[in-house]
Write a protein that binds this ligand. Structure first.
Ligand SMILES: Cc1cc2nc3c(=O)[nH]c(=O)nc-3n(C[C@H](O)[C@H](O)[C@H](O)COP(=O)(O)O)c2cc1C
Length: 185
């Protein structure tokens, strides 16, 4: 692209994006949050027993050493277990994941049910915590470096202690979950 064409393109882009700051009244449109993109994961932990829940909030936040962040609702059992033990695994769900898996881990609490009761194989990472071997394409193990109280959630930052690729299927995004997996009422 020529320099002139690049300048024209940028002018259009910036003019369209930003109005005159003097005329802009700040508003908060909560639907703007729907424009953010996320993945979908099973977050697992272990104390006296195994448990896990669905999260859409896991992402790499640093490298060398590699660190990931996860955000956990305060009342989740998984969050309590991570707070207590300082370790967790994140399994990356693929687009093939059936809704039943999301429902099982994400719509009931381990306080009421043993979510791993029907597990026939004991699949664990080196940290002793279970990971999910099916409908996933990778998992990460992490040890907690810090936790921040966000009011409704706790933000954990963890350093990666193990990571493994399990398959090539595309990762499930939060948008794909809403468009193609979550049943329409
Ligand atoms: C699509 C989806 C996304 C979710 N994302 C999060 C999340 O990012 N963080 C979180 O703490 N809970 C999230 N949840 C809710 C937990 O998975 C849910 O509260 C679960 O029942 C907690 O189980 P536990 O009490 O056994 O830990 C999500 C649930 C669904 C269905």
């Amino acid at each position: 692209m020529t320099r002139l064409a690049t300048e024209r393109l940028l002018k259009v882009c910036l003019t369209a994006t930003f109005a005159d700051p003097k005329e802009v009244k700040p508003t908060i449109d909560p639907t703007a949050l729907f424009k953010l993109s996320y993945g979908l994961f099973v977050l697992t932990a272990k104390d006296e027993r195994d448990n896990g829940c669905i999260i859409n909030t896991a992402f790499q936040v640093a490298n060398d050493p590699t660190k990931i962040a996860i955000s956990c609702q305060k009342n989740n059992l998984t969050r309590e277990m991570i707070e207590k033990t300082g370790a967790f695994n994140v399994s990356v769900l693929t687009e093939e994941v059936p809704f039943e898996v999301i429902r099982h881990f994400g719509m009931q609490t381990g306080r009421d049910v043993d979510k791993f009761k029907d597990c026939t194989e004991d699949v664990r990472a080196a940290n002793g915590i279970k990971y999910i071997p099916k409908y996933t394409n990778a998992f990460f193990s992490a040890k907690v470096l810090s936790s921040t109280d966000l009011g409704s959630h706790t933000l954990f930052i963890g350093e990666i202690t193990e990571s493994r690729v399990l398959g090539d299927a595309p990762s499930c995004t939060y948008a794909h979950y809403h468009a193609a997996i979550k049943p329409k009422c």
